[in-house]
Design a protein around this ligand. Structure first.
Ligand SMILES: CC(C)(COP(=O)(O)OP(=O)(O)OC[C@H]1O[C@@H](n2cnc3c(N)ncnc32)[C@H](O)[C@@H]1OP(=O)(O)O)[C@@H](O)C(=O)NCCC(=O)NCCS
Length: 329
């Protein structure tokens, strides 16, 4: 098996900032509640003319540039999202066209907030086996389009953004050391968007009942998240033959600072080893991890040989973690 790693990262955040103070004017909430319960201070909102493919292309162009790879060299594009431009064609196809990645296979992958971890795990297999050389994975969301702006339980939590990574062969011993993926469909009803699919096609009734928005049982999801973040990280470390002490950086899914803090405590990490950006962007579902990773790279935090864990969880229910030895100078 060939060693596979990340050759370049990129991200794009829409310009419009929605602060907690702005939300106070929209629903019965306040900055103190949002910050103390979630850690979120503001989030980005896509412009009316922006859709997920637009955010994706901007993030992808940066990742390709940093990787030194031309779009025409890409063998595969995987877009992970719960907010595709439309049900079909896949957003990955729209992105392929805009990038001019003519030979790339294209598909969307649905694993909610764990999407990016599922996406890189999938893409990496094609490279490890020698089938393909370069795979572009994009985590993107325009969650503002599916959030119920009258529901204070959910609308304060989410934001829009895109993060991308180009995967390719790396020096032996570097790159992805393990993957740990999981799912539990029995919890599917805890976080979902009930209507618009084959179960409840769009109708006047589904619109009236607000079934085209995110529905969430916050407390249950919280408990699940705390449990699986620690478990998935420990499993991925064990598969890589490493222990908690070997972690240089943890890049967790950015849903709630209290969820991150509990995992950090369990893993015995210090704060400087954990990449956090949810105060500025909220929960961007599958875009959270690649945006946080790109920002950490841009800040020069990550050095060649650093051992990182990327860990996500979310709707499905799904979870996933990967251990990665950073291969870039
Ligand atoms: C949603 C979440 C922040 C709520 O925090 P919590 O501490 O569990 O809060 P509770 O659910 O106990 O709600 C406490 C009260 O605050 C209220 N509340 C909810 N949202 C509020 C808001 N934005 N502003 C003010 N009050 C709010 C609730 O209505 C509830 O009031 P009640 O007791 O009168 O019914 C938390 O459960 C969470 O983060 N869950 C995980 C969500 C998540 O990560 N989802 C994505 C997974 S990828």
């Amino acid at each position: 098996m060939r060693s596979v790693g990340i050759l370049g990262t990129g991200s794009y955040l829409p310009e419009k900032v929605l602060t907690n103070a702005d939300l106070e004017k929209m629903v019965d909430t306040n900055d103190e509640w949002i910050v103390s319960r979630t850690g979120i201070r503001e989030r980005r909102i896509a412009a009316p003319e922006e859709a997920s493919s637009d955010l994706s292309v901007k993030a992808a162009e940066k990742a390709l540039k940093k990787a030194g790879i031309r779009a025409e060299e890409l063998d595969m594009i995987i877009v992970t999202t719960v907010t595709p431009d439309m049900n079909f064609p896949a957003t990955a196809c729209l992105v392929q066209d805009r990038l001019g990645a003519k030979k790339a296979a294209t598909f969307d992958l649905s694993a909610a907030c764990t999407g990016f971890i599922y996406g890189i795990s999938t893409g990496a297999q094609f490279i490890a086996t020698g089938v393909y050389k370069y795979v572009l994975v994009i985590g993107v969301e325009c969650l503002s389009r599916i959030v119920d702006w009258t529901d204070r339980n959910t609308c304060v939590l989410f934001g829009d953004g895109a993060g991308a990574a180009v995967l390719g062969p790396v020096e032996e011993g570097y790159g992805f050391l393990s993957f740990e993926l999981g799912g539990d469909g029995s919890g599917g009803n805890l976080l979902n968007l009930p209507a618009g699919g084959s179960r409840l096609p769009a109708s006047e009734k589904t619109i009236r009942e607000r079934l085209h928005y995110v529905h969430m049982s916050g407390r249950e999801v919280f408990k699940f998240a705390v449990r699986v973040m620690g478990n998935a990280t420990e499993e991925a470390l064990a598969k890589a033959g490493l222990s908690k002490e070997d972690i240089d950086f943890l890049v967790p899914h950015q849903a709630n600072i209290r969820i991150i803090d509990s995992a950090v405590k369990r893993l015995g990490l210090t704060e400087d080893k954990v990449v956090v950006n949810l105060d500025r962007y909220g929960n961007m579902s599958s875009a959270s991890i690649p945006v946080a990773l790109d920002e950490a790279v841009e800040r020069g935090l990550i050095k060649k040989g650093d051992t990182m864990v990327l860990c996500g969880f979310g709707g499905g229910l799904t979870w996933g973690a990967t251990v990665l030895k950073w291969a870039l100078d």
